[in-house]
Ligand binder design. Sequence first.
Ligand SMILES: C[C@@]1(CC(=O)O)c2cc3[nH]c(cc4nc(cc5[nH]c(cc(n2)[C@H]1CCC(=O)O)[C@@](C)(CC(=O)O)[C@@H]5CCC(=O)O)C(CC(=O)O)=C4CCC(=O)O)c(CCC(=O)O)c3CC(=O)O
Ligand SMILES: NC(=O)C1=CN([C@@H]2O[C@H](COP(=O)(O)OP(=O)(O)OC[C@H]3O[C@@H](n4cnc5c(N)ncnc54)[C@H](O)[C@@H]3O)[C@@H](O)[C@H]2O)C=CC1
Length: 226
Amino acid sequence: MLDCEGQRCVVIGGGIVAERKVLGLLETSAEVTVISPDLTPRLSELAEKLGTGYSGENDEPIELTKQGRLTWLTRCYVPGDARGAFLVYAASNDRAVNEAVAHEARSLGIPVNVVSHAEAGSFITPGVLRRGRLTVAISTSGAGPSAAGQIKSLLEEVLGAEYELYLEFLHKMRTEIKLREAASEVRGRLLSKLGTLDVLNEIRQGTFTEWTPEFIDGWIAANRER
Ligand SMILES: C[C@@]1(CC(=O)O)c2cc3[nH]c(cc4nc(cc5[nH]c(cc(n2)[C@H]1CCC(=O)O)[C@@](C)(CC(=O)O)[C@@H]5CCC(=O)O)C(CC(=O)O)=C4CCC(=O)O)c(CCC(=O)O)c3CC(=O)O
Ligand SMILES: NC(=O)C1=CN([C@@H]2O[C@H](COP(=O)(O)OP(=O)(O)OC[C@H]3O[C@@H](n4cnc5c(N)ncnc54)[C@H](O)[C@@H]3O)[C@@H](O)[C@H]2O)C=CC1
């Protein structure tokens, strides 16, 4: 679970597989640079919305949204493209190019994903299910990428939209408890009790109402002691 916000992630290739990797990265608010002579229509549209499509030396992307940024360098990979990256994706359809990208990234100590032969890289991309602050990553270790997609669909049914609100509640309460309680023993007790509340079911049944500051005070006072 890497925090990619604002981090420069470099994707070599602009085909359908690169598109999938780029979409996943943009959801993490990463700063994505795609290097490819061409792009899929969707990537092309995103490059227009989230950055600049140009072929010059100027490397300055324009910030347009909070949902990550996308810069397109209209050319083939050249050695040196991995320099300074946080993550690298070798997503071209040319095995030898992907191999060279992987070699460069590895020599710089940068994690690299290779879409054509995963074993040449240092990480693989899992299927990802998000519900607000909840992230579930599903991997089959390369045994069946489409099975990872199917398992994700199964989990989408079990882990409904209610988790988003539930985790917002937990986040808020956890922040409050950490702010108010200096004693680690008390804090630990309160945080454990937080996990035993029936809030998730209340959200599902539509009976949950936001806890007011006064209600939070009362709950903390009632649960501070054993
Ligand atoms: C090893 C890995 C490396 C990596 O890319 O990181 C890899 C490799 C390969 N995938 C191939 C094919 C397909 N991959 C998908 C789909 C996904 N592939 C993803 C990940 C991974 N794919 C990594 C392992 C993850 C794991 O298993 O844990 C997912 C989970 C995440 C994502 O890409 O975002 C995403 C589903 C997301 C979702 O549905 O939510 C589909 C289905 C489709 O396109 O609809 C097909 C066609 C059907 C089929 O072949 O099964 C081929 C064969 C190429 C060839 O034909 O030669 C290779 C190459 C090889 O096997 O070496
Ligand atoms: N990991 C995965 O999930 C999957 C991986 N694959 C593998 O991924 C490869 C790519 O698949 P697609 O995106 O469907 O291919 P594609 O043919 O749609 O796209 C390939 C992209 O790479 C670019 N490219 C080629 N040479 C380049 C270079 N020297 N520098 C920069 N960019 C370059 C092309 O211009 C094109 O944009 C396939 O060859 C296959 O081996 C295929 C399916 C799924």
